[in-house]
Every structure is written in C-alpha cells, then in structure tokens.
Write a protein that binds this ligand. Sequence first.
Ligand code: PAF
Length: 252
Amino acid sequence: MTRVFKSCLEWMEFRKSLTGSSLGFVPTMGALHDGHASLIRRSAAENDKTLLSIFVNPAQFDDPKDLEQYPRTLEEDRRKAAQAGADFLLLPEASEIYSDKYRYQVAEKTFSKLLCGKNRPGHFEGVLTVVMKLLNIAAADRAYFGEKDYQQFVLVRDMAKAFFMNTEIIGLPTVRESDGLAMSSRNARLSKEERATAPGFYKILKTAAREEEAFSALNHAGFECEYVIDLDDRRFAAVRLGAVRLIDNVQR
Ligand code: PAF
C-alpha cells in the first residue's frame, strides 16, 4: 500500500519519523510508464523507503495548450506506483508549491540556454525551481531521473552540487518500447499514424553519420525537426510529430 500525502507540510512532518531509514525520491508529473517504474524499482532496491511525487508543474510549460493537454491518469498512476514499490506518494497543490507566487526562481546561465532551452523560454527555470523545492521537501538521500531528459538530468545534478544539497542525483538509462521509441508520457497523445512514424526518430538519430544528415532525414520521414546537436559523446534532438513534441538522445 502506498500512503498518500496531499500536503507538503504533512509529508515534511511525517519525514521526521523516518530517521534511521534511507529514502529514495522519484519526482514525476504523472502519466506513469515503464520508464518511471524503472526509477521507482531502482529506488526501492537502493533505499529502505521510496517517495514518489506527482505534480504537473505549470512553471515549466512554455505552451499553455501543452499544459492543458498533459495526460492526467491518477488512479492508474497510483496502481503503477504501488506495483513498482513506492511506499509514499506526494500529490502537492500548485498553491502550496508556489505560495511565493513564483517570486523566487532558480536559473542556470549557460547549458540551460542550449538544446531544448533555446526554443522553450523559461522551461528550465521552471524545472530547476520546482526540483529545488521538491528536493528540499522530500529530504531524500537519493533522487532518480531518467536520461531521456538528459539535459534536465545534467542541470539538476549540477544544481544539487552547486547548492551543496544533501541528495545524491542519479540518472538511469532511457527505457524504450520494443520498436525503439523512448517511453514518454506524451506518447499517449500520438495518433495511430503518428505512433507508427515515431520509432523512426530513434533509428535516424542512431544511424545518421552527421547532424545535418539526421536533420534532413527526420524531416523527410514526416517529423518537423527542431534541432539535432552533437555534443561531447551524445546526440540530442527534438522533433514535432503533429501536435506532440518528442525529445531523445543517444550515445555516439
Ligand atoms: O521530468 C519530469 O517529469 C519533470 O520535469 C520533473 C523533474 C518532475 C519536474 O517537474
């Protein structure tokens, strides 16, 4: 049974009783899939207790339509969370998370301006601000993030280091469907035809020799390519398929 907390203060009070037990934390926006389940399972294996949070964070959506259409599947999420081994579920309200009316924000000045940050103004400020709050609320020993959002993972890991935070940030490999498509809550919004096209995203990223080649192959295959960028040992990309924005990254 997963115990549910609807208030951060209630959780923080309860957290005090967990002294002597290690705590793992998996922050999510819900619409849980096997990628989230792998984070919960890893946390459950490495810690005495695991806290999962579900909070669709308005501050990280640059497009109000995207926020409105973000899938919300709470009952199913509760079942999956329990099955994967979450002990506690935090479901905070925006009014509690942003009681400061978003007056205080965390900003990063270089890496957050590249890749997804270039076309999504305010996105990473929204992510880093809510993750800072959630990490402080959770007070976990370890927190788990999927490497599908590799830029997010790096920014969070470096933020935790820069601010001397007490939580170890752990990134876990992207979980993929059998056809290669990276699992994402947004996949649920793809039409049947778009879902059939979607695996081409990963295939092209893996096989194209150069960025420009990948960019034009993606456009040819029916995607609207936002960027393909090779950085260090990784290739990063974002595309649109109909109304749905997908991101992925592969090791080179
Ligand atoms: O990756 C996500 O689901 C979100 O960006 C996160 C880390 C839960 C912050 O809202």
